[in-house]
Design a protein around this ligand. Structure first.
Ligand SMILES: [Zn+2]
Ligand SMILES: [Zn+2]
Length: 351
């Protein structure tokens, strides 16, 4: 694994300005007036996201959270690509390629380099002779990249008729449009009643604008003997979500220092309104008092989360408070109680 300097197949302009399309959004009057604390929180968050590629300006909007609570949210629309690091590579092209030519994959809770050797040894790694992702004569790996890679990445049922044993590589430049995501983040978290919040519609948004995603459906992907590798920053791309993280690498993407000496750095905000921090405090240890959702309360920071190790395919197991929305339509309003987190239907194959 290494820090890539350039990316194969990436032709996406990273700095792009899109006209203020969100301004036309009609919104109902807030159910209750915004509190000063909410306005302060909005100002704080708006400033934090200045390193993302923001479309329009963040605003305060009414929102309906996952268990029906009426709340005020920060609405922010961002280009679904990192503003501060390159993306890819994902699939090596030949079994002689090195770790620099490929990305990563999660095996038994660990981050593994997807180099030529990894592809050559898939049958052994998964104890399954049905894996054969390369031409035995040339060593060339069966890769689907460019436009077809993105179609396959967004196809949950493999209806494109692609064979098994392919390495799926979707790059931003081949989606055919600029993907944006619109988030509604509650400005004052509302606790859940009973069951903790599900993370499969997403966990939050990183300070560089990248979606912090729930678990990748590894069983589905592996069941078809395909791979949709992550890059060295733990992210990959599909047409509906754009670039998104399934693992957090502490050296990738914007961070903000915590307002508490020695504490882990802040990397983003969760969909329930609580902040996301790196796994480790600055002394390299993980806080010992994390709850089931990996949250805890500290002086000065209030309640917040520490993400799980990259490779576990579980950035957070659950969310403590009711979630807002992550939407692909910048003009939509947020009603998370009717499944506002994602459209109906199965997740993208490469989710
Ligand atoms: Zn903490
Ligand atoms: Zn994914």
């Amino acid at each position: 694994m290494r820090k890539p300097l350039f990316s194969r197949n990436e032709s996406f302009p990273m700095r792009i300005w899109i006209p203020l399309i969100a301004a036309a959004t009609a919104s109902a009057a807030p159910a209750v007036a915004q509190t000063q604390a909410e306005l302060d929180r909005f100002a704080e968050l708006s400033a934090l996201y200045q390193s993302a590629t923001i479309v329009g300006e963040p605003s305060v909007e009414p929102c309906i959270l996952s268990q029906g609570a009426q709340a005020h949210c920060m609405k922010i629309t961002v280009v679904a690509a990192p503003s501060d690091h390159i993306t890819g590579p994902y699939c090596p092209l030949n079994i002689n390629d090195t770790a620099e030519d490929g990305g990563t994959w999660f095996v038994d809770g660990e981050v593994r380099d997807v180099d030529g050797d990894f592809i050559a040894n898939l049958a052994e790694i998964y104890q399954d002779d049905a894996w054969h992702m390369f031409d035995p004569e040339t060593g060339d790996i069966y890769v689907r990249n460019n436009e077809i890679g993105c179609i396959v990445a967004g196809d949950p049922t493999n209806e494109t008729g692609q064979p098994d044993n392919i390495c799926v590589d979707c790059s931003l430049g081949f989606i055919g449009k600029t993907v944006t995501r619109t988030y509604f983040i509650p400005l004052s978290p509302v606790p859940t009643d009973g069951q903790k919040g599900d993370v499969h519609g997403g966990i939050g948004v990183a300070l560089n604008g990248v979606k912090v995603e729930g678990p990748a459906p590894l069983e589905l992907i592996l069941g078809e003997h395909t791979l949709g590798p992550f890059d060295d920053c733990g992210g990959h791309i599909n047409p509906s979500e754009g670039y998104h993280y399934h693992g957090i690498q502490e050296d990738c993407g914007a961070r903000a220092d915590a307002a508490l000496s020695g504490h882990a750095a802040r990397l983003g905000v969760a969909l329930d309104g609580y902040d996301l921090y790196d796994q480790h405090d600055l002394d390299g240890t993980e806080p010992a008092d994390l709850d089931a959702c990996r949250g805890h309360m500290t002086e000065g920071l209030g309640y917040h989360y520490h993400v799980e190790a990259a490779g576990t395919n579980e950035i957070l197991p659950c969310l403590t408070a009711q979630t807002g929305c992550s939407l692909d339509d910048p003009d939509a309003s947020c009603n998370a109680s009717i499944g506002g987190g994602r459209p109906a239907g199965p997740p993208p194959r490469n989710d």
